[in-house]
Design a protein around this ligand. Structure first.
Ligand code: ZN
Length: 261
């Protein structure tokens, strides 16, 4: 409640400064959390597309027909319940068994690294990961971070120019903002608030798409079990611990209301 009030006040304060270019306040889907967003959704989508194309140029796209069919099938079912007609959905498998990661960019561009498949294990596990990433995009979590990072770096004037020109700084900020870590070399974790929100929205989406929400905490248990040694990359951008798993379990009764086998 306290954070929501803070974000709302911040929105009003920024809008009060009177810049016509500011997009200002938004509300996250399902949770109703107030957000400060200084770039428009259209700008975010166009930066997301540029960032996605750059990733695909650098990474090896998988040609495995079975894995591709599975990712497409799960993604299509999640997209069908995401209620986002502005997005042109696309699902890509990146052939990189050493990288346990996945991301979704605004505009509906989703990528899954083959390294995460041993942890997702089954289609419901994969559905949770993809729905969670889609939730970050739907709730514009990267947009919040892009706003903060770019505003600090460039100021409002510079922010408008960087976005309009799709400058490397703006594209990089989107990469960082959405956990596209391996291509930029640095991993910025999502905030705890954003992670819990993406879990909450994601578990509802997976249930609506017909996947058993019980598989969501099971996926995180598998990830945490292998934490000794080198932790999966997913955990560096999406930090997890036992309290996160407990929180995730607390969303299950709500998600079950949407679950259709
Ligand atoms: Zn996340």
């Amino acid at each position: 409640m306290k954070t929501r009030l803070k974000a709302t006040l911040l929105c009003l304060l920024v809008l009060g400064l009177g810049s016509a270019a500011l997009s200002g306040c938004a509300t996250a889907p399902y949770t109703g959390r107030s957000q400060l967003l200084l770039i428009s959704e259209g700008e975010e989508m166009s930066l997301g597309l540029k960032s996605y194309n750059e990733v695909l140029k650098k990474e090896k796209v998988s040609k495995d027909p079975q894995i591709n069919a599975m990712v497409k099938r799960v993604g299509t079912r999640i997209a069908a319940v995401a209620n986002k007609p502005e997005y042109s959905w696309e699902f890509t498998v990146i052939d990189n068994p050493k990288t346990a990661n996945a991301f979704a960019l605004p505009g509906g561009k989703v990528a899954v690294y083959t390294g995460i498949l041993p942890y997702t294990k089954n289609e419901a596990g994969l559905a949770f990961v993809m729905a969670h990433e889609v939730a970050h995009a739907l709730a514009r979590h990267g947009g919040e971070r892009v706003s903060q990072n770019l505003l600090l770096q460039l100021g409002q004037q510079g922010l408008n120019v960087a976005i309009a020109n799709k400058s490397p700084e703006a594209v990089q900020a989107v990469n960082l903002g959405y956990g596209v870590a391996s291509t930029v070399g640095v991993a910025l974790p999502f905030s705890r608030t954003q992670e819990y929100e993406a879990d909450h929205i994601g578990i509802i989406l997976m249930a609506k798409a017909g996947y058993d929400p019980q598989e969501a905490p099971a996926f995180f248990e598998r990830m945490l079990q292998t934490k000794q040694g080198s932790p999966p990359e997913f955990l560096s951008t999406h930090p997890a611990d036992q309290s996160r798993i407990r929180q995730l379990r607390s969303y299950i009764p709500e998600a079950m209301k949407y679950y259709r086998k």
